[in-house]
Ligand binder design. Structure first.
Ligand code: C2E
Ligand code: MG
Ligand code: MG
Length: 755
């Protein structure tokens, strides 16, 4: 048998895509978050570095300025005194200048050069180190001093008047004018301080243009830089030339107020950014590892969830497509496969066939032996079916007692009938379930799937029609669909509609057939037989319209109508029995006894004269409810007859169990009496059986004098047949009963002519 076809591959691909669809965005978000954190950390580290460098640069510049201001205060302390005014400005005293200005500035305050210029800017005094120098030396450094002199004398441009880098003139302008400059001196960076000698008394009269000027120079050398470096904690502070500096060091260009380059300095700046990075990196690493771990956990969880969902999906799909009881593919699966097979045949594939199997009497087993045994039976049938079909065939359970087989290849009618007969033989072999021996039957409708089939409904309709035919032809057989069945079905449908109308419009009639005593002389009862004269087709026999009514549940209304009619008509014939046929469908209705009771009440018909005829099929699988209904009917006074005995199961069990008053021997036996010895023997046996069980026995279909004679001799109580009167309108019965002896038994020759 073919395993279920599933879209497992597609489902896996779908799950893979779904997983990618979740994992990629999560990965991107995590990556972006990590990049943002790294960029933010590096950015703030860089900013911290830049800020640190800016601060160091500022501090370095301020340290130089502080040096300048200190020098100014030192020169001021020396040059702005009353003695200095006298000894330098009023009456220049070279010795005094040497002792109190030059030497003091150099030895006390470590200034490197001291100069005094007269109001004409001529050098009056100059020192180099601790020794007095030839004033003519002044001329060699004249250029380096000009800017300061010009400034104090008020010469030159406005720009020249601005002083130290970043500072304007120093404090205390009241006593004299002064300037501090960062500049080159003798090609080296230096701080130059120049102070005009003024009187403390009359500042206003002492304009700096007329004052001598004291100038002091301090070279920014290694000592100066070492002092600043230790103070500011600038590592590796030094003066550098134009050559490239060590990578990682910071180069600072010092310029004078005119923007002229003074010197280049370099130091190794503090890098707080690196510290930030170093301190943050472990946390980032931990966060990163955390993210990675989280992502791995999420992925693992998703993979597990996906696996669980996948197995759940395939379980669900299996459940959705299989019958839970027997595990066979169900109607949905079967429908899908059928569509595929039809599509394949349309594409030029080999023809296939559908075998539609209906179990006979399964419902009876369910009802009589219980559902657990019914379930076991279905499982046993399943096993037999799957073992009987070919390997590539599909077996499905498509309803309670309906199975279907799709078989491919070998679609000749003989081959298909072969398969079907094998299946029927397999199903019909007795089962032993819970110590119960069970026999069921099967009918099979076969439809060939060829290129003319338009779709699933089409092929199902064909198979259904063939199945109907198989059942109609006596069950336990298989029929192959042919196009004639289409018109059959159409006819049946049309007839069904017409019958419904006929019932609604009260167009049915009832004929009554006399039932006579064994001498044939006295009418002891009549059997009500439904008649339908179709407006177009004329008389339609009950053998045609009763099955249609039974298949469409019209039989309920029809049966009720016949019963009412019979009781009404029967009121006119006191003393005789009214036999009415009851279909199994009618009898099984829970309200059947109530309906009978109501009609009896409505019509006022004597229940003791009513005889309901049921067949064995009414009882099969319905034992308990049938028994109950029968006892209730008996309690009403109604009598019961077992109709057509000998054609069905002829079960002695039923005969013993159910309270039948009468047994009606089927006419097929009566007909065979003269021809087949065994039929005569059977009739004998049945009559004795009925009598033995205390029942009256009626023979049906008595046509000839021989049959009459035989049956009478056999001990039959009553007879019914054309010999004693055909089914006829109520009026004819009335006439016959009114005038006893008016009916003459015809001999066989007359009968043959009349038939
Ligand atoms: P049945 O209940 O066995 O009725 C007896 C049938 O045998 C009648 O056929 C009757 O016309 C026929 N018959 C009687 N004597 C002879 C004879 O000597 N020779 C031959 N060849 N036939 C004879 P009918 O009326 O065609 O009914 C056929 C069956 O249809 C009935 O068989 C009964 O099962 C069913 N039927 C008829 N009317 C009703 C009804 O109102 N309700 C139900 N449920 N079934 C009905
Ligand atoms: Mg009958
Ligand atoms: Mg009968």
């Amino acid at each position: 048998m073919v395993p279920p076809h599933t879209n497992e591959g597609q489902a896996t691909a779908g799950r893979y895509h779904a997983r990618r669809g979740v994992v990629i965005p999560i990965g991107v978000i995590v990556a972006v978050a990590i990049i943002c954190v790294v960029v933010a950390v590096l950015g703030s580290a860089q900013r911290a570095d830049e800020m640190a460098i800016a601060t160091e640069r500022q501090l370095f510049t301020r340290a130089l300025n502080n040096h300048g201001e200190r020098m100014l205060r030192e020169v001021d302390a020396v040059a702005n005194s009353e003695p200095a005014y006298r000894k330098i400005r009023l009456d220049f005293d070279a010795k005094w200048v040497q002792a109190y200005v030059g030497q003091r500035l150099q030895s006390f305050f470590d200034h490197h050069f001291v100069f005094v210029a007269d109001p004409t800017d001529r050098l009056r005094y100059a020192t180099l180190g601790n020794s007095r120098s030839d004033p003519s030396w002044f001329n060699s450094v004249r250029n380096d001093l000009n800017a300061a002199l010009d400034h104090l004398r008020g010469r030159g441009s406005g720009a020249a008047r601005s002083a130290l880098a970043g500072t304007e003139q120093s404090a205390e302008p009241a006593r004299s004018q002064r300037i501090t400059r960062l500049q080159t001196f003798l090609g080296r960076p230096a701080i130059l301080v120049a102070v005009a000698i003024a009187s403390s008394d009359d500042v206003t009269q002492d304009s700096p243009e007329k004052a001598p000027i004291v100038m002091s120079v301090k070279i920014i050398n290694g000592d100066t830089l070492a002092e600043i470096a230790s103070h500011l904690q600038l590592h590796n502070l030094r003066q550098v030339g134009v050559e490239p500096i060590t990578p990682g060091d910071y180069a600072f260009k010092l310029a004078d107020p005119q923007g002229k380059q003074v010197a280049n300095f370099a130091w190794t700046p503090k890098r707080p950014g690196a510290e930030i990075v170093n301190s943050v990196i472990p946390f980032i690493a931990v966060a990163f590892a955390g993210f990675a771990l989280l992502a791995a956990l999420v992925l693992r969880h998703m993979r597990r969830t996906a696996a669980t969902i996948a197995s759940g999906e395939s379980r669900l799909r299996h459940l959705a497509l299989h019958d839970p009881l027997c595990g066979l593919p169900n109607r949905i699966f079967f429908g899908e496969r059928l569509e595929t097979v039809i599509a394949d045949v349309h594409k030029g594939g080999p023809p296939a066939a559908l075998l539609y199997i209906d179990l006979d009497h399964f419902k009876d087993v369910n009802d009589t032996l219980g559902h657990p045994i019914g379930d076991d039976l279905i499982r046993a049938v399943t096993q037999r079916l799957t073992h009987t079909v070919r390997e590539n065939d599909l077996v499905a359970r498509i309803g309670g007692d309906e199975f279907a087989v799709i078989t491919a290849g070998g679609c000749e009618h003989s081959a298909l009938l072969n398969i079907a007969n094998r299946l029927i033989a397999a199903i019909c072999a007795p089962y032993t379930i819970s110590n119960q021996s069970i026999v069921i039957g099967a009918s099979i409708g076969i439809a060939v799937i060829n290129e003319k089939i338009t779709g699933t409904p089409d092929i199902m309709r064909h198979a259904d029609m063939a199945l109907y035919r198989a059942k109609n032809e006596g069950r336990n057989r298989a029929c192959i669909y042919d196009t004639a069945m289409d018109s059959d079905l159409l006819q049946r449908k049309l007839l069904e509609n017409d019958l419904r109308q006929a019932i609604d419009r009260n167009e049915l009639q009832v004929a009554y057939q006399p039932i006579v005593n064994n001498s044939g002389e006295t009418v002891v009862g009549v059997e009500a037989l439904c008649r339908w004269t179709h407006p177009v087709r004329g008389e339609i026999p009950p053998s045609e319209f009763i099955p249609i009514a039974e298949n469409s549940a019209l039989i309920i209304d029809l049966g009720e109508w016949v019963l009412r009619r019979a009781c009404t008509d029967g009121n006119a014939w006191p003393g005789i029995t009214m036999a009415v046929n009851v279909s199994p469908l009618q009898f099984r209705r829970a309200d059947f006894v109530d309906v009978v009771e109501r009609i009896l009440a409505e019509t006022g018909f004597d229940p003791a004269r009513l005889e309901l005829e049921v067949t064995e099929s009414t009882l099969i699988g319905n034992v308990d409810t049938a028994e109950l209904a029968m006892f209730r009917l008996k309690a009403l006074g109604v009598r019961l007859a077992l109709d057509d005995f000998g054609t069905g199961y002829s079960s002695l069990l039923y005969l013993r169990r159910f309270p039948f008053d009468k047994l009606k021997v089927d006419r097929s036996f009566v007909h065979s009496i003269e021809r087949a010895a065994d039929a005569a023997a059977i009739v004998h046996a049945v009559v004795s059986l009925g009598r033995g069980l205390g029942m009256k026995v009626t023979a049906e279909g008595v046509e000839t004098a021989e049959q009459h004679l035989f049956l009478r001799a056999a001990g039959v109580h009553a007879m019914q047949g054309f010999r004693f009167g055909r089914p006829c309108p109520a009026a004819d019965i009335s006439a016959r009963l009114d005038v006893p002896g008016s009916f003459k038994i015809k001999d066989d020759a007359d009968l043959a002519m009349a038939g």
